[in-house]
Design a protein around this ligand. Sequence first.
Ligand code: PAF
Length: 281
Amino acid sequence: MLIAHSIADLRQALAPYRHPAFVPTMGNLHDGHIALVRQAKPLGDVTVASIFVNRLQFLPHEDFDSYPRTWEADCAQLQAAGCDVLFAPREADLYPEPQTFKVHPDPQLADMLEGHFRPGFFVGVSTVVMKLFACVLGQTGGTAVFGKKDYQQLLVIRHMVQQFALPIKVIAGETCRAADGLALSSRNGYLGLEERQEAVALSQALKRLAQQWWMANPAQRASLEPQALDALRARGWAPDYLTVRRRVDLMPATAEDAEGTLVVLGAARLGNTRLIDNLEF
Ligand code: PAF
């Protein structure tokens, strides 16, 4: 696996190829990331991953400084998964001057849910992804693979690619889960032993909400989300949202929405760890 730290080295490494398949990450890789790399492999003539902890998408009180950096283990896993090129820019390589030009996604999509609780998050994500796309896929176009675990992020990126007519195909990867159902996430590493056992309650709450949705009439549906939030609070969680939305635009589900078109999304804090998850149904 070739490792490029600078944009110039990356472009030189990719010059012989016509269709890179790209998986952007912030490192601290787990099986979910590696599944995306394996999914990307047959989609291009060279498989590229990036590791960059992007300061722009963290709020001042969030975990940018403590975000786990596990370089050696990440490289070993990428190599074993058959990644050909790893782009790992230093901050000074990707942001050599303050990033004053930014991508502002459609507020209708980006200011709700994660964007509501983490203001500016999707500006930071869209800006770095646009820049990573320019570095990795800028000469040729190509394919990029994003996990469904970050459902709203996937939609924001799809929308950005469509609106800027980028020659990039965005492919979604399924969420990988631990045996008990907890969605794999780098932030799971923050959980203490007891918290780790409790953490599965988030995916269980989403499952329950999805099951109840089709059994309830429209009047009953209105009370399902508050009930689910209360149930999590009673277990010691501090939920931000648990909500049933349309997959296509993440607007609240209505009585007309059919089975197979919805997604239930949740975000909640357990101790100091904020977890997110979702379930299509
Ligand atoms: O999903 C992530 O890990 C990050 O948001 C991404 C897409 C790599 C941008 O920093």
